[in-house]
Design a protein around this ligand. Structure first.
Ligand SMILES: Cc1cc2nc3c(=O)[nH]c(=O)nc-3n(C[C@H](O)[C@H](O)[C@H](O)COP(=O)(O)OP(=O)(O)OC[C@H]3O[C@@H](n4cnc5c(N)ncnc54)[C@H](O)[C@@H]3O)c2cc1C
Length: 376
């Protein structure tokens, strides 16, 4: 299952840094300054923060790897000398990129549809369902948004033809929500019509808070015409109680997650314990909606959901527990053997950097796990 780093994000990151930096607007501590920036300037700020995150992460990884080389923990002497020789001549950043690509394999099924289908078939053989995500977000060109739409249509056809048990998940910013709501709406509807042709379902992921309201508005508009679509709500946001109540009243299929984006305390709960409390409360409300999905790797949350569902008289086929590809694989099977419906979120594609970065940031053990595997 190969994954490459040939996506436009990677190219943009490796080639565009030098060109971007001189045009960066100054950022001061006045919080209004960030919101006063033009969209283009805000994008530059985001790109710069992303650059420095990737740089630090890449360099940190390189350093640990080099130490392991030097201590003789990796590979044979001959191979080590060859790699070090090549390494001295090469750019450190390229090396970090290759390492990151290797690490990301744990969380990403591969580059293309065929890789995604292979991964899904393996999950299905264990009684697990899947939701396939073609990686991509924050698209800023209509042609890229259209390309993502075409990929999703091809994916839905491939799922139907290969007879695997999977629906799809997508991000509206991948369909152009950031710069053209009409375009995003049209493309989402195209995908929903295609999904309906095969009796399939589409989940709209929830992104950072700059997209929350726009995503909900567009979703509700489209849901009035197409019922094979659901959405995601994040327990970390203070507004989510009201959003869940609205969606439950509309009969929407909702996936509840904690939230993967860093948000200010004015709109999100800063403490994990508060997010967990909110998750449990929202989960109880969500049990009144059709086929609610509980996305978490947190055993305590799963136990509370399962207990509440039982008390509400729901069977284990009337709600789903969802987890991410590459995380807690043994637990998927345990839950399945207890009779739960388990769905795995399987990302594929070449634009994996932001997704991978969120996984590493939210849990440092995800990083140590891959490193341990490397060094053992
Ligand atoms: C199917 C799915 C879809 C998602 N969709 C979205 C979305 O649309 N928008 C969005 O913002 N976010 C989404 N997320 C990400 C989500 O919001 C969280 O960022 C992510 O799931 C981490 O939170 P957690 O609930 O797993 O628990 P955490 O708070 O990260 O962890 C809680 C506890 O769970 C256990 N645990 C967690 N990870 C592991 C592990 N790897 N190994 C062993 N134990 C572990 C540990 O006991 C840990 O203390 C999705 C997550 C999933 C699973």
């Amino acid at each position: 299952m190969p994954i490459s780093c040939t996506g436009h994000i990677t190219e943009w990151w490796l080639q565009g840094r030098a060109a971007r930096k001189p045009t960066m607007p100054p950022i001061n501590s006045n919080t209004n300054a960030a919101t006063a920036l033009q969209p283009e300037q805000r994008l530059l700020c985001a790109q710069q923060s992303f650059d420095s995150c990737c740089d630090s992460m890449g360099f940190l990884l390189c350093d640990s790897l080099i130490i392991q080389f030097m201590q003789g923990n990796l590979f044979s002497d001959v191979l080590r000398k060859r790699i070090l020789y090549g390494f001295q001549e090469n750019d450190r950043l390229n090396f970090a990129m290759k390492l990151l690509t290797w690490m990301a394999r744990r969380f990403v099924a591969g580059d293309g549809i065929s890789d995604a289908l292979i991964a899904t078939r393996k999950l299905n053989q264990k009684g697990l369902k899947a939701t396939l995500d073609y990686l991509g977000e924050d698209c800023n060109r209509a042609e890229d948004a259209r390309r993502s739409c075409a990929e999703y249509c091809a994916l839905l056809k491939a799922i139907a033809e290969s007879n695997i048990d999977s629906n799809v998940s997508l991000k509206l910013s991948q369909l152009g929500l950031g710069f053209d709501e009409g375009l995003a709406r049209g493309l989402l509807e195209t995908i929903l019509v295609e999904a309906a042709k095969y009796g399939n379902f589409v989940r709209v992921d929830m992104e950072g808070s700059n997209y929350t309201q726009k995503t909900l508005d567009l979703f509700k508009e489209v849901f009035s015409k197409h019922k094979n679509v659901g959405i995601v709500i994040q327990a970390s946001l203070r507004r989510s109680k009201k959003d869940i109540d609205d969606l439950v009243a509309l009969g929407v299929r909702v996936r509840l997650c904690k939230g993967a984006y860093k948000e200010p305390a004015s709109i999100a709960f800063p403490e994990k314990s508060a997010v967990n409390r909110n998750y449990d409360e929202l989960a109880r409300s969500l049990l009144k909606a059709p086929l609610p999905a509980f996305a978490t790797h947190d055993d305590e949350r799963i136990e509370i959901v399962a207990r509440a569902a039982k008390e509400a008289g729901l069977g284990k086929d009337q709600y789903e527990i969802q987890m991410l590809y590459g995380l807690r694989e043994k637990r998927w099977e345990e839950l399945r053997s207890l009779g739960h419906t388990v769905r795995i979120y399987v990302p594929y594609g070449t634009h994996w950097i932001p997704y991978f970065y969120r996984r590493i940031r939210e849990r440092k053990e995800n990083l140590t796990f891959v490193l341990k595997n490397l060094f053992n």
